[in-house]
Design a binder for this molecule. Structure first.
Ligand code: ADP
Ligand code: ZN
Ligand code: MG
Length: 536
């Protein structure tokens, strides 16, 4: 592709229409979907297999009740209607990864139908949405409502259905494990029959950022439910992105392409962004978009054709004769509803209510379950929830900053840093102690960064580190006043220029005082005292 236009340019003329299909393996279950074989990632090949998942003639499937409970939990947590009557179908295909020659899946009626998620889009990502500036806060247009920090997008969920995973093929001798050029292929059926749920969204997403946030929010919800480890790298959560363009102002959908198996949030965002720009260029040159499946190559930064779309008829979907239709009772659905844990949105609302956090802080705090749990523990070790109490609000705000900025940055940069591990040197008590040292002005926030790193590196308490390194911030007014007096006495011409109106010189005095105090003076106090003395 020669000169791909910038996304921003493209979206002025074209509206992108995006729908996602997200597969999630129910990795936290003990056994497979239709047999008693153990679910275990990374086991010796073909050690967790039996006549059912190997598709031997005469073997009969038995549905895994815990898997049905998991999908109903997923549906309830994403505002779906739970269908009481549904059934399994056979989706026929011939490929060695599925010994049965068909996949057991659901037909037109899935366990979960007609749900939605509301996405909070803020920061730089919100700018991808065309026409946002024209909306006033609280104003609604199409499926979005403008907020203070960005907007909320309402995204429909078509369905969530139950199915099973296929086995895993390993192609030997070709480049990068591809089948092209391979001399032979191996197949491992351990994964065959793993319970899998597929969520399909309505074509309601309009930007790559919205697609990324949808995936991220769904992952947070599934992690809270505990139905999967949601590992995108290991493929237990995978996403296909469907995308098409239409001219702004028109209503008819264009032809879509499908990007397969994007295995990280960044790849999902960047792949869609590239594909939107590619389609715009093709269409603007008078070309046509073919309905095809494409592969996003992150290192080459382009998408390439994998195959032209097969039609639904090729699968000859028909009701599974070996499994009875499913009938769920209201009592059973209610018993599952009673097991719903606190979901990320509810947690964020509680953090706002109980600790006086802003909506922005609360939302970003719950983005990673481990971080949210850590924050909660910090609040627990300090004192009880009471938003009316000013010191609780201050502590919560300081801890939220630590969690959202320092802890998240650390976790992203250092794979070995695991907050949830009992061996993690950064304990809730130490985090509370650290923010206490900063807010009481014992150390500056800059020194706080050094102490944060040292706690993790040396596995020692913040107070001990401050002591050992002699980092105590000078907050003694008398000591600071003496230094300020001396600096002023030594720089009389600067004082004269300051009094002539060069007020920027205040920085020069503060800097010199800081130097004299070897960087350990309390900047707030120094500023205050310098200003007082200069204006005397
Ligand atoms: P298919 O039959 O090709 O699988 P579906 O109608 O099942 O297509 O939709 C698959 C996904 O593609 C859904 O998430 C849906 O929202 C999305 N989708 C459907 N039509 C379009 C379109 N024209 N542009 C973008 N996404 C679309
Ligand atoms: Zn089996
Ligand atoms: Mg489809």
């Amino acid at each position: 592709m020669s000169s791909v236009k910038k996304l921003e340019e493209v979206l002025k003329d074209w509206e992108a229409v995006i729908g996602l299909e997200i597969h999630t393996e129910l990795t936290t279950l003990n056994t497979k979907m239709f047999c008693g074989c153990k679910l275990e990632f990374g086991a010796q090949p073909n050690t967790h297999v039996c006549p059912v998942c190997l598709g031997l003639p005469g073997a009969l499937p038995v549905p895994n009740k815990a898997a049905i409970e998991s999908i109903v939990l997923a549906g309830l947590a994403t505002n779906c209607d739970i269908e009481k009557h549904s059934m399994f179908y056979r989706k026929n295909y011939m490929y060695p990864d599925m010994a049965k020659n068909f996949q057991t899946t659901q037909g037109p009626v899935a366990f979960c139908m007609r749900g939605y998620l509301d996405l909070d889009v803020d920061g730089a990502g919100a700018k991808e949405r065309y026409g946002l500036e024209d909306l006033a806060e609280g104003q609604t247009q199409d499926n979005i409502t403008r907020t203070k920090d960005g907007y909320v997008a309402h995204v429909g969920i078509t369905r969530i259905h139950m199915e099973e995973d296929a086995g895993k093929m390993i192609h030997v001798g070709g480049g990068e494990g591809r089948i092209a050029g391979a001399t032979h292929s191996l197949v491992d059926y351990n994964r065959a029959g793993t319970p899998l749920i597929e969520l399909v969204t309505e074509p309601d997403l309009r930007t790559p950022e919205e697609a990324r946030l949808f995936m991220q929010k769904l992952r947070q919800i599934f992690l809270a439910l505990g139905i999967s480890d949601c590992s995108m790298e290991e493929g237990s959560m995978r996403c296909d992105g469907n995308v098409s363009l239409r001219r702004r102002g028109t209503t008819q959908f264009g032809t879509k392409t499908e990007l397969k198996n994007m295995n990280s949030f960044k790849n999902l965002h960047d792949g869609l962004l590239y594909e939107i720009c590619r389609q715009a260029e093709v269409l603007e040159e008078g070309g046509i978009i073919y309905q095809e499946t494409r592969h996003w190559d992150p290192s080459a930064k382009r998408t390439i054709v994998m195959r032209v779309k097969e039609t639904a008829d090729d699968y000859r979907l028909f009701p599974e004769p070996d499994l009875a239709p499913y009938d769920l009772t209201d009592e059973w659905i209610d018993s599952v509803r009673a097991k719903l844990p606190e979901l990320p949105d509810q947690k964020a609302a509680r953090f706002q209510r109980d600790f006086g956090l802003s909506a922005y802080d609360a939302r970003h705090l719950v983005a990673e379950p481990a971080v949210a749990a850590f924050f909660q523990e910090c609040m627990d070790v300090s004192k009880g929830p009471d938003a009316q109490d000013d010191s609780t609000r201050k502590l919560a705000k300081a801890l939220a900053n630590l969690c959202i900025n320092d802890i998240t940055a650390r976790a992203n940069a250092d794979a070995a840093f695991d907050l949830a591990s009992p061996e993690c040197p950064l304990t809730p008590a130490r985090a509370v102690e650290l923010v206490g040292l900063i807010s009481s002005d014992a150390i500056s926030s800059k020194q706080g960064k050094e102490v944060f790193a040292a706690v993790i590196e040396l596995d020692r308490d913040p107070g001990t580190i401050v002591e050992e390194r002699g980092m105590k911030q000078v907050s003694d007014t008398g000591a600071i006043e003496a230094v300020v007096d001396q600096v002023i006495a030594e720089n009389q011409d600067a004082v004269a220029r300051y009094k002539d109106g060069n007020v920027k010189l205040i920085g020069f005095f503060v800097g010199n005082c800081m130097k004299a105090l070897k960087g350990q003076g309390n900047p707030k106090l120094i500023n205050q005292i310098v200003a007082e003395k200069l204006n005397q």
